[in-house]
Design a protein around this ligand. Structure first.
Ligand SMILES: *[C@@H]1O[C@H](CO)[C@@H](O)[C@H](O)[C@H]1NC(C)=O
Ligand SMILES: *[C@@H]1O[C@H](CO)[C@@H](O)[C@H](O)[C@H]1NC(C)=O
Length: 511
């Protein structure tokens, strides 16, 4: 008999609180975005150059008789941004035209900043995205396949959006500041005391970010809807990509490594740094390979999703971690279809965590680490684990600091396990023999010690006791003991029988 207990009380408060905060934030954001759009149109109407004036006029008052669609090529606002003073036919800004050195010899920080400033000047006045963020109209900072040395971070001015930087390599100079990032979407260095959203819809694409072991690749701070796409981020001393505050950064189809290696590097034990540091909510990391770093992905913000992430950054045996979920008590993380390659997942006090469809190679496993003794709402299902036969557990409880005491709703099962020690929270087992007592021992399989919340069993009598004459007797029987994850069934009279038992460590619909 399975007892179904719905809505079980303890441990639910934190997750619900977390979700409602996220929802509330989104509602506020949508509300102010709408308000901002309205405000933008009203305030700009008086002071606009000709083109936007005509555009606004279309909405607010009768169209002037001379109205014609904007012609970008002849627009005065655009012509003023060309470094040569000539009119500019597009919003593609080639950094070489601003004096950047594509041979990687002299510092190009100022020149590339000037190109960004040019893109800002070319924006259609009054067009905004999220509140206070100027819409740069899809302007492109084009690196033309050059290699550019930066002595200082390329820090984008705040309050801009709809801008792409793409098509070349940025390399930190030998005196690049150690706390800097090559590209900073950050209003004030990496200071995050402000929660204001400063950037929206910035795209970093087709870039090599070579931090020269001096700093990090890109810092995306208090930004909304940022994309890092097809980037190759190397030689970072701190983080490859840092996401702090803000939300909806998509890091996709990219490659990150502190050292350029294809695995089995002789210096692997010395790898340091974090390839992707997610200190914010609602981000997605998709189809990314991380080939060296002490930590592949460090997650300290909620509601992130990792898909198709291949970590072989630093083996567990050398102290590396593939994916480190360091948000005890409110995790809200999905890890789906990832590849943990000799380096595993560490989850501190996980609350709401899904690990599914992933492949763990080389004894890589999942460690649930107790910080305050909480684990709740965790599903580890339908993964493949492959190891070397040393008996490494696919999921291990790390209770070295303190024991797990608040344990709810954990489902570990249906994993394919070869060469490692399986762990699960639900299981089936059998015990056969002649006598009055049968023990079905789940102690080496069940994840949590001495915990069986639901049990079903069948006693199938195959014969009487060896020395008893026919017929086969009926016998009363019952479960006598389930302590230590061992199910003990006893019968009233001796029989030959098989006991089939099915257990679950949690009540509910998990198994
Ligand atoms: C960040 O800014 C706040 C307020 O301006 C300041 O108090 C704090 O010291 C700054 N932190 C860092 C690390 O610069
Ligand atoms: C159940 O088994 C355990 C371990 O053998 C034993 O310590 C405990 O006393 C048993 N409980 C009962 C009710 O027999």
């Amino acid at each position: 008999m399975v007892v179904v207990r719905w809505g079980n009380g303890g441990g639910d408060c934190s997750p619900r609180w977390g979700v409602s905060v996220v929802v509330a934030a989104v509602l506020v954001a949508v509300g102010s975005a709408l308000a901002g759009a309205d405000a933008g149109e009203v305030t700009v109407a008086g002071a606009l150059p000709r083109i936007l004036h005509a555009h606004v006029g279309k909405v607010h008052r009768p169209r002037p008789p001379h109205f014609s669609p904007p012609k970008i090529a002849t627009d005065g606002a655009l012509s003023q941004v060309s470094p040569a003073g000539t009119s500019r036919p597009s919003r593609v800004f080639h950094v070489t035209e601003f004096g950047a050195d594509p041979t990687g010899t002299k510092d190009s920080t100022q020149a590339i900043s000037d190109a960004v400033a040019g893109a800002m000047k070319a924006a259609s006045p009054g067009r905004t995205l999220f509140t206070g963020i100027a819409d740069l109209g899809g302007a492109e900072i084009h690196l033309d396949g050059g290699v550019y040395i930066l002595r200082r971070p390329l820090r984008l001015p705040p309050s801009i959006g709809n801008l792409k930087i793409h098509g070349g390599s940025l390399v930190a100079a030998d005196d690049f500041p150690a706390e800097g990032y090559l590209i900073e979407l950050s209003a004030a260095a990496t200071n995050t005391s402000s929660s204001q959203l400063n950037y929206e819809y910035i795209t970093l694409r087709d870039l090599v970010l070579d931090a020269n072991y001096r700093g990090g690749g890109a810092a995306i701070v208090n930004s909304l809807r940022t994309t890092v796409d097809n980037c190759y981020v190397i030689h970072f001393a701190t983080d490859g990509v840092l996401v702090r505050g803000g939300h909806e950064t998509f890091i996709r189809s990219s490659f990150l490594g502190q050292h350029i290696t294809a695995g089995g590097d002789p210096a692997e034990k010395d790898f340091s740094g974090v390839a992707i540091n997610l200190a914010g909510n609602d981000n997605a990391v998709t189809d990314v390979a991380i080939f060296s770093a002490a930590t592949g992905v460090l997650v300290t913000g909620q509601a992130n999703i990792l898909t198709g992430v291949h970590c072989y950054n630093k083996a567990t045996g050398f102290g590396g971690v593939g994916i480190h979920l360091r948000l005890p008590g409110l995790t809200q993380t999905r890890i789906i279809g990832c590849y943990l390659d000799f380096t595993g997942i560490v989850a501190e006090d996980p609350v709401e965590l899904l690990v599914a469809g992933s492949f763990f190679l080389g004894d890589a496993n999942i460690v649930l680490r107790s910080v305050n003794g909480v684990v709740s709402g965790v599903n580890v299902v339908d993964n493949m684990f492959s190891g070397s036969g040393k008996g490494v557990e696919i999921v291990r409880l790390d209770e070295s600091t303190r024991r797990f005491t608040a344990v709810e709703q954990v489902v570990v099962g249906r994993n394919a396990v070869v060469g490692m020690k399986e762990r699960a929270t639900f299981a089936k087992g059998v015990a056969s023999g002649e006598g009055r007592s049968w023990v079905v021992d789940f102690s080496s399989l069940l994840l949590f010690p001495d915990r069986i919340e639901s049990l079903q069993y069948t006693l199938a009598v195959t014969g009487g006791a060896a020395d008893a004459p026919p017929p086969v007797p009926f016998t009363a029987h019952g479960v006598r003991n389930v302590s230590g994850n061992r199910v003990v069934v006893e019968s009233q009279v001796p029989v030959s029988a098989t006991v089939y038992a099915s257990v679950d460590q949690f009540l509910g619909a998990s198994g």
